[in-house]
Design a protein around this ligand. Structure first.
Ligand code: FE2
Ligand code: FE2
Length: 185
């Protein structure tokens, strides 16, 4: 596991996700608040870009008979993560900010990780972990936004609902693969 250059433990990722939220609680005035919302949305944007790339990688690398269903899910999720990235970029611009699409530092801005995975099962597992991290951090973001920015909150909630579906899809696939392996044995 230590050779994974991007691997950060889940606790660190969640702490990172909370950093701006905590800063947000102490900022005063509309401008400061808006800046903070833009920062938070840019982190969510980075998360979506990383998730798009990871699902694309998994889509192209998934191989074998049992991979056909997973392959389709990976592709569909990649397209939905891309859509989420677009919603976030659009909102950031509406708020007077600039969406950060820079590849430099992308992984450190993202809450979820880019893990390639050596087998189909590993890929699905990594996707499930990434979705669960996104779900946790997006839920916190939505709560933080509260009534301060209902439009951004609604966008985060719409994305959150789809990440929950994604996690459910990955959990289903993982269960299917484990059942397959049990039958083989
Ligand atoms: Fe997403
Ligand atoms: Fe997702």
């Amino acid at each position: 596991m230590s050779q994974q250059p991007f691997l950060t433990d889940v606790k660190t990722l969640r702490e990172r996700a909370r950093q701006h939220i905590e800063q947000g609680a102490v900022t005063e005035g509309y401008t400061a608040d808006r800046e903070n919302v833009i920062n938070i949305l840019n982190e969510a944007l980075a998360t979506e870009i990383v998730c798009t790339l990871r699902y694309k990688r998994h889509y192209y690398m998934a191989d074998g008979l049992s991979a056909s269903i997973a392959k389709q899910e990976f592709l569909e999720h990649a397209q939905q993560e891309q859509q989420h990235a677009d919603w976030l970029a659009e909102r950031i611009v509406q708020l007077g900010g600039a969406p950060n699409f820079s590849p430099e530092g992308l992984q450190s801005r993202s809450h979820a990780e880019y893990v390639e995975g050596d087998s189909l099962k590993e890929m699905i597992k990594e996707d499930l972990i990434a979705e669960r991290i996104a779900i946790d951090s997006y839920r916190e973001i939505a709560t933080y936004l509260g009534d301060k920015d209902p439009t951004s909150r609604r966008i985060m909630e719409d994305i959150l609902a789809q990440e929950e579906e994604h996690a459910d899809d990955m959990a289903g696939l993982l269960e299917g693969i484990e059942r397959l392996h049990t039958n083989d044995a």
